[in-house]
Design a protein around this ligand. Structure first.
Ligand code: SF4
Length: 328
């Protein structure tokens, strides 16, 4: 961690109640089930995992949009519960669907002016316009005058996501949470948007949580990667270490699933784990990956939850294969 801690998340749980007929409780969906991590100032951290593994719920709980069921989120040394509205101006949110995230009947200028008005930034229209122009230049929507009066439907997907980035950064937050920010964009603009996010992060020393199901885009972005499966982290490592030396069988499967650009390998069938991710209402005992894992140890993996082992310095994995410090 290059600077001080920006965010600490301790043993975070977010369970949703399931009710029958609207009032009889029949169980819980354990969307986030005991997650701990911290993020340094100016650091980019990626969460990766299949759809439905709890990444987006984790992001929304960190943003303060959901109350944790258990555990704590601490921002710059203060529990979120004590920060209230002040926290909202310190955090920017970049959603997956830029068109859905932008109000359709507002111009770009109005969309960007709204957070300034709500947070009383800029005393006059001219001051607010100057700030809007500055942020549009930063996200490379230039010439700025061509974009100020446009509505979201008049922009391409990439331009819409630049407006979302401008709105997320206009208050100069300390933290950006980007939830699948490029998954709905054309392949040709994905890297451009990620590079732009990286530039903004570096220029303003932003902490960034980047959420994705696509490991192939992560190398452009984050310093550390945390792999999530069935509401828990299963592996945590630096980006190079994780990509070149994946330890958890699930991480290896995710890396295997990245499409191979070599046309010679286009017909090669990938060796992916069988089955589907487990139900988060009744997750399996022991390691949650054991029903799909070819390396599962009978009598252990299906009974005992693996703790976090550290076979390499800074490389943590929740898998019984590493109980002696290296793969057994
Ligand atoms: Fe597979 Fe067991 Fe490791 Fe889980 S703990 S990933 S089941 S080997």
């Amino acid at each position: 961690m290059k600077n001080g801690k920006l965010l600490e998340v301790k043993d975070l749980h977010k369970w949703f109640e399931l009710r029958k007929f609207g009032f009889v409780r029949i169980g819980f969906v354990r969307a986030v089930d005991g997650v701990t991590f911290d993020l340094g100032e100016g650091e980019a951290l990626a969460f990766v995992g299949e759809s439905g593994c709890g990444k987006s719920t984790l992001a929304r709980t960190v943003l303060g949009l959901y109350q944790p069921t258990k555990g704590e989120v601490i921002f710059q040394g203060q529990p979120l519960t004590k920060l209230g509205k002040e926290y909202r101006s310190q955090v920017g949110y970049v959603q997956q669907d830029p068109y859905g995230a932008l109000p359709p009947f507002m111009t770009v200028r109005r969309i960007l002016e709204e957070p300034l008005l709500i947070n009383k930034v800029g005393h006059t229209r001219e001051e607010r316009l100057a700030r809007i122009q500055e942020v549009l230049e930063e996200v490379k929507l230039t010439p700025v005058k061509d974009f100020l009066g446009k509505f979201p439907h008049m922009l391409s997907g990439g331009q819409q996501q630049r407006v979302v980035l401008a709105r997320a950064t206009i208050l100069r937050p300390k933290l950006i949470v980007a939830d699948e920010p490029v998954s709905m964009l054309d392949a040709s603009v994905r890297v451009e948007i990620l590079k732009l996010l990286r530039e903004l992060q570096t220029a303003h020393d932003l902490g960034v949580i980047y959420i994705t199901h696509d490991l192939s885009t992560i190398r452009y972005f984050s310093e550390r990667i945390f792999v999530m499966y069935a509401a828990k982290f299963v592996e945590k490592a630096g980006v190079r270490e994780l990509i070149h030396n994946p330890l958890h069988p699930y991480t290896r499967a995710l890396l295997e699933a990245i499409p191979d650009p070599d046309p010679k390998n286009a017909e090669t069938l990938k060796d992916v784990p069988p089955g589907e991710p487990p139900s988060l209402i009744r997750p399996p005992d022991g390691c949650r990956f054991h029903p799909r894992c070819a390396s599962a140890i009978a009598g252990l993996c299906d009974k005992e939850v693996p703790p976090e082992f550290e076979p390499e310095p800074g490389h943590l994995v929740s898998c019984w294969l590493y109980r002696d410090g290296k793969a057994s």
